[in-house]
Design a protein around this ligand. Structure first.
Ligand SMILES: [Zn+2]
Length: 239
């Protein structure tokens, strides 16, 4: 393989490496996953909030249960302790029972309200749990896909790096340095090949006279008189 071809191969590998490294560093999937992770944390926070609300309501309901038992006890005690032959005592009892009945009504009313709230929260919790489960499954799949894509990119980067080392070995030291310099100066596009009388990158047609001058003076590898890239005059030439 001619050194010119090796240089062009080296450039292809470097361009591929730059492309794949940039793609790996800027994978949109990574930003997307970070966004989803934040959304997931919000779902978890929402679940915690609902759980706390549920606990509060369950506590209220338990309190009401205690209040109801107390009120019923009071009714029983009042009835037991009233002398039914004593008119005033009976009247007091009636008043007391009427108050206790109101208390029990209020308790029943509050209980219905809390039970309604509890049913509401249960529905929300179920809905959230369903949604969270689906979200988790999608997140796991997305993470897997992103990981696979990153692994593929990493693998092709490593393959290109190995190839690059192999190509580099075959290029003389001086030319290597020239390539690195030209690559830095031309944003990675250090080498162009002559296609007819037109260099492949800058596309400035060479005069027939300057072509033969270049070939005579420097052989297969020269410098483009226009853009100063490394110009491969004859890719398949003998070394
Ligand atoms: Zn050129």
């Amino acid at each position: 393989m001619s050194v010119g071809t090796l240089l062009l191969d080296l450039q292809d590998l470097d361009l591929e490496l730059a492309r794949n490294r940039a793609a790996l560093n800027a994978m949109p999937e990574i930003a997307e996953l970070a966004k989803k992770r934040r959304a997931y944390q919000k779902l978890k926070a929402e679940a915690t909030k609902l759980y706390a609300q549920r606990k509060d309501i369950e506590t209220y309901l338990k309190d009401l249960e205690g209040q109801e038992m107390d009120a019923n006890d009071d009714v029983r005690i009042a009835q037991q302790n009233t002398d039914s032959s004593d008119y005033r005592a009976v009247q007091e009892l009636e008043l007391k029972l009427s108050n206790l009945a109101k208390q029990l009504d209020k308790i029943a009313y509050d209980r219905r309200e809390y039970e309604r709230q509890l049913a509401d929260i249960t529905a929300k919790q179920n809905q959230l749990a369903d949604y969270t489960a689906k979200f988790e499954a999608a997140f796991v799949a997305d993470t897997k896909a992103a990981r696979e894509k990153a692994a593929e990119l990493t693998e092709s980067i490593e393959r290109a790096e190995r190839e690059r080392a192999h190509v580099l070995e075959q290029i003389p030291e001086q030319l290597r340095k020239r390539y690195e310099k030209a690559a830095a100066a031309h944003g990675g596009l250090a080498v162009e090949r002559l296609e007819g009388n037109v260099p492949s990158v800058c596309r400035m047609a060479l005069q027939a006279s300057s072509m033969s001058d270049l070939a005579r003076a420097t052989g297969d590898i020269t410098e483009c008189p226009y853009c100063h890239r490394i110009l491969i005059m004859n890719e398949d030439g003998e070394e």
